[in-house]
Design a protein around this ligand. Structure first.
Ligand SMILES: [Zn+2]
Length: 312
């Protein structure tokens, strides 16, 4: 989409939110202007092929972002150059590769030789190669991803995914899944969460098209389910519903985040130029963090990511 058209769509969306929901405005109990410089860990960031390391470091520094990553990316030289500031993930490429090459029955069976070797590779990454998270694992992105190759749906409670979640649990690392809010997918996610209650299951984009009520029900039933809030700011991305914009935060989500301050992290996800990158960070700061209490904002901005990924 052209930048001007994007901006107009974003503005229209923000105004619509403002008109229909009554956005939370910064008050004394909220972080407010201090959100402009609070340190951020970008927990869901794809290092796209166009991104070079010097520019990324410059934009991270300027935006007070200490670390970024947590999901698969394309530009290996940039990732290597980022060094300790990259949150190393594992499993995304292997998962997509298996899905491309296997039929459904083989894909869902952890005893299939190709699946077994992928599981062994993921385990070695977690155990020996500093991987801090498994993700992003696309489970159901039928209508909620920009990437055509990732628009598929597979059961969230398959034996293969349960085996991957068990690896996450055994190594004390989270599993990040892209699962949009279809009724059957949600039921499967609940079974996945229950299959290893001490493992952390992170919903990428907090379910993409979920409501605050949907996520609240999930949180109430499953203490190990959490969310990254990437790609839920304005302008809306393919099929995802907007929670916040530079104008403010949906009050239902504000209440949810304050009620569960240890269940959320932020992320920039996929961007196509630096203008877009800076805009996404601005929306996270002004639209989301500024409207949280200072303690909640600190956790969502960086504290939870430090804990989940073992960065302290
Ligand atoms: Zn992503």
């Amino acid at each position: 989409m052209m930048p001007l058209r994007r901006a107009l769509v974003g503005l229209g969306c923000a105004l619509q939110l403002l008109a229909t929901q009554g956005l939370a405005q910064a008050s004394a109990a909220e972080l407010g202007a201090e959100a402009a410089a609070i340190p951020i860990i970008d927990a869901h960031f794809h290092v796209m092929m166009w991104i070079d390391a010097p520019s990324l470091v410059e934009h991270m520094d300027r935006n007070h972002i200490s670390m970024a990553g947590g999901v698969g990316g394309g530009s290996l030289p940039t990732i290597v150059a980022l060094g300790e500031r990259f949150i190393r993930p594992t499993g995304m490429g292997a998962w997509l590769g298996l899905h491309r090459k296997l039929d459904a029955a083989d894909f869902e069976n952890p005893e299939t030789p190709a699946v077994r070797s992928a599981l062994a590779m993921i385990e070695a990454d977690l155990r020996d190669r500093g991987a801090r998270v498994i993700g992003e694992i696309h489970v159901n992105a039928l209508t909620t991803t920009q990437e055509p190759a990732n628009r598929f749906k597979t059961p969230a409670d398959s034996a293969t995914l349960k085996a991957i979640f068990a690896l996450a649990g055994q190594h004390g690392r989270p599993l990040n899944v892209h699962a949009q809010w279809d009724t059957d997918t949600v039921q499967q996610l609940e079974r996945l969460a229950d299959s290893f209650p001490s493992a952390r299951l992170v919903l990428a984009h907090c379910g993409s098209n979920s409501t605050a009520g949907d996520v609240r029900e999930m949180f109430e039933r499953h203490a190990n389910v959490c969310c990254d809030l990437s790609a839920r700011g304005s302008p809306p991305l393919r099929g995802r519903t907007v929670i916040f914009s530079e104008a403010g935060l949906d009050p239902r989500w504000q209440r949810l985040i304050e009620d569960y301050p240890d269940r959320f992290v932020v992320g920039i996800d996929t961007v196509h130029d630096w203008q877009e990158y800076d805009g996404v960070v601005r929306a996270i700061r002004r639209g989301l963090l500024a409207h949280l209490s200072p303690e909640t904002a600190r956790r969502v901005a960086s504290g939870n990511a430090e804990e989940w990924f073992g960065l302290r």
